[in-house]
Design a protein around this ligand. Structure first.
Ligand SMILES: NC(=O)c1ccc[n+]([C@@H]2O[C@H](COP(=O)([O-])OP(=O)(O)OC[C@H]3O[C@@H](n4cnc5c(N)ncnc54)[C@H](OP(=O)(O)O)[C@@H]3O)[C@@H](O)[C@H]2O)c1
Length: 245
């Protein structure tokens, strides 16, 4: 197992990609804490499913825009299941709308949850990693922020920012034996991709070498690899997982 004796925290574990990451981390032997915001029901169902298999897994409510709550959660997780040495900044959202319809509050919401939330949660969990001189941070980017695509401009901007965050943070914290990488999924079969109009899904499949959208489980396998020592010489990268497009 790739993550034996490791403790991971995943934001947005109640969502499509987050729950796949939580399941795969558990399968690879990690103790896993994850957060949810609105969907306590999904979070509790996931905990029940995984505990039934003997896993150590905990779900916590957290708005990623509450930095103080994130700091308190870091301490709580350490007390309850162990010090976090893997952080996955997965919580995010998009709104499918053309540029002309994006209002200032839409812009702020999408930028805040995707970018500021990643900043606040990372700040909260990084301190312990620096103290222990050990850690892996994986941020969820998106192809939306990296290619010329018909995607919401505020979402593309936010996901592009995730790459800048990843590169500079990786440079700064490598001296503490902490690696920071991003995964850059293309269109997936579940989660935020569900809101994309059918016409765009068909277009994606046409230009994708593998001719299909990806699955949250495929993304989770890449996240596990980046969290594990198997990727010990991979740092400051944004790794595409898009079926080749
Ligand atoms: N699915 C795709 O096609 C795709 C492609 C590329 C990248 N991604 C990225 O993958 C990540 C996960 O997306 P997904 O597809 O799994 O979406 P999803 O199913 O909608 O899940 C989003 C998760 O984020 C949480 N969340 C939203 N706002 C939050 C906030 N303010 N504070 C805390 N948690 C919050 C949600 O919690 P609750 O549901 O409990 O409120 C949920 O767990 C995102 O960063 C997304 O941009 C997805």
């Amino acid at each position: 197992m790739l993550l034996q004796d490791r403790t991971a925290f995943v934001t947005g574990g109640s969502g499509a990609v987050g729950s796949a990451i939580v399941r795969t981390f558990v399968k690879e032997g990690a103790r896993v804490a994850f957060s949810y915001r609105d969907h306590a029901d999904r979070a509790q169902a996931l905990v029940a499913e995984l505990e039934a298999g003997g896993a150590t897994v905990r779900a916590y409510p957290l708005d990623v825009l509450d930095g103080q709550a994130a700091q308190a959660l870091d301490r709580q997780i350490e007390q309850e299941i162990g010090p976090v040495d893997i952080l996955v900044n997965n919580a995010g959202l998009t709104q499918v709308m053309p540029f002309a319809l994006i209002e200032e509050e839409d812009w702020d919401q999408v930028m805040d949850i995707n970018v500021k939330g990643t900043f606040l949660v990372t700040k909260a969990f990084l301190r312990g990693m620096i103290r222990r001189q050990r850690g892996a941070i994986i941020n969820l980017g998106s192809l939306a922020g990296m290619r010329i695509l018909e995607v919401p401009v505020h979402y593309a901007t936010a996901k592009s920012a995730i790459m800048g965050f990843t590169l500079s943070l990786a440079r700064e914290v490598a001296r503490y034996q902490i690696r920071v990488n991003a995964v850059i999924p293309g269109m997936l079969s579940a989660g935020v991709g569900l809101n994309v109009p059918d016409r765009q899904k068909e277009e994606y499949k046409r230009y994708c070498t593998l001719g299909r959208v990806g699955t949250p489980e495929e993304v989770a396998d890449l996240v596990v690899f980046l969290a594990s020592e198997r990727s010990s010489y991979i740092n400051a990268q944004g790794i595409y997982i898009d079926g080749g497009i």
